[in-house]
Design a protein around this ligand. Structure first.
Ligand code: GLN
Length: 382
């Protein structure tokens, strides 16, 4: 068997969700909302299943969805996007990430990753023959400096994978950080694979600065979005890709033999949803922000040192400050003895691990959050 996959552990999300089921724990691990998602969008999909076309849609995506992607990101990022040559629909953002890596990386090429890295990136880079170079981010602000980038970028750098807002940290990078990374991409002729799936899940009025909106990056950015995150429908697996024509032409070739296409009924519904006005996005943000605040207050009341979350469905706690040294052991104890599933953030490090951060998902209804908090009350050893 292929050694890379044979030796890979099962993804931490699946491990913790299975444990949560087994222990009947409150699952604040894997990130998915309790909210069923906007009813009008779900009705569009249902109607398309019953009355629409259910055969293979076009490989690059339904024209109406490709048009909606160009319009949506044109509107939010202030760029002009040609639907016919610069957009593509994939079966989830993870497929888009795999396709982007396969399309850009050749054996021996270096790829810059920021750790904590979303857990799919490294195995996909290595499977493509790429060599990962890590920038290590540390709590509580998870920022990177020029010196960090100097240490990893060189003439062998083919690509960088940049997740902004960053899961699992919940940080939203500001323009200065995005521009700093852009300068290195331009200097070393590297492509930026930008996982921006959390672009709309941002709080406290912070803006999302897409790499696509940085003029020098327009021709070297592969922007990846996710209908699942935009509409709180994580099981839908509809990914949205934007890249300049020369790049898109090659990603299309890797996409054609990964999944080829994506369910047409979901595409119809996402095309409709992307046209929603500011109000939908504002209400969605406000709802999650309210849940974040409620949960964080509860965590603080339990004695957990909370690390600020500016976006995503997640908030982290610093268990080092309560005398813990092993996040994996801590999470195991949480689920087994207290009935709450969380995610140990060391799972997202490949080297120089940070082992004192634990991630909770707050994208839940009040009853779930309160049940989780109730169980967390006894979890800190004194
Ligand atoms: N994105 C989700 C999270 O971070 C997990 C997705 C998955 O389970 N593959 O929790």
């Amino acid at each position: 068997m292929n050694r890379l996959f044979a030796n890979l552990p099962t993804t931490i999300f699946e491990v913790m969700s299975s444990l949560a089921r087994e222990k009947q724990a409150v699952n604040l691990g894997q990130g998915f909302p309790d909210d069923p998602g906007p009813e009008d969008v779900r009705r569009k999909a249902a109607d398309a299943v019953l009355n629409g076309y259910n055969q293979y849609p076009s490989m690059m995506g339904l024209p109406e969805l490709r048009g909606a992607i160009a319009e949506h990101y044109g509107r939010f990022h202030g760029v002009k996007i040609d639907a016919a040559t610069e957009t593509m629909v994939t079966s989830g953002a993870t497929e888009a990430i795999a396709g982007a890596i396969l399309a850009t990386v050749e054996p021996g090429d270096e790829v810059v990753l920021f750790q904590p890295t979303y857990d799919a990136y490294l195995p996909l880079v290595e499977r493509a023959g790429g060599v990962a170079r890590f920038v290590t981010l540390r709590p509580p602000r998870w920022t990177f400096t020029e010196a960090d980038l100097d240490a990893v970028f060189n003439e062998r750098t083919r690509a960088v994978i940049f997740n902004n807002p960053l899961n699992p940290s919940g940080i939203v990078y500001e323009r200065a950080q995005v521009e700093l990374l852009a300068r290195y991409c331009a200097r070393f002729n590297a492509i930026a694979i930008c996982d921006e799936v959390w672009e709309h899940v941002i709080f406290d009025g912070r803006p999302h600065v897409s790499m696509l909106s940085i003029p020098s990056m327009r021709e070297r950015t592969i922007k990846i979005g996710s209908a699942g995150k935009i509409f709180s429908l994580t099981g839908w697996k509809v990914g949205l890709v934007v890249a300049a024509p020369d790049i898109m032409r090659v990603i299309a070739k890797s996409h054609q033999f990964l999944t080829f296409t994506t369910p047409p009924n979901l595409q119809v519904a996402v095309a409709y949803g992307l046209g929603k006005d500011e109000d939908y996005f504002a209400r969605m943000k406000a709802g999650f922000q309210r849940s974040r605040d409620r949960f964080c207050e509860g965590l603080v009341a339990c004695g957990f040192p909370v690390i600020a979350s500016d976006g995503t469905y997640f908030v982290n706690v610093d268990i080092g400050a309560i005398g813990e040294t092993d996040d994996v052991a801590f999470c195991r104890r949480l689920v087994e003895e207290h009935g709450v599933a969380a995610i140990p953030v060391s799972a997202f490090y490949a080297e120089n691990h940070v082992r004192t951060v634990v991630r909770f998902c707050f994208a839940k209804n009040d009853a779930t959050l309160d049940a989780g908090l109730e169980r967390l009350r006894g979890a800190i050893r004194r």
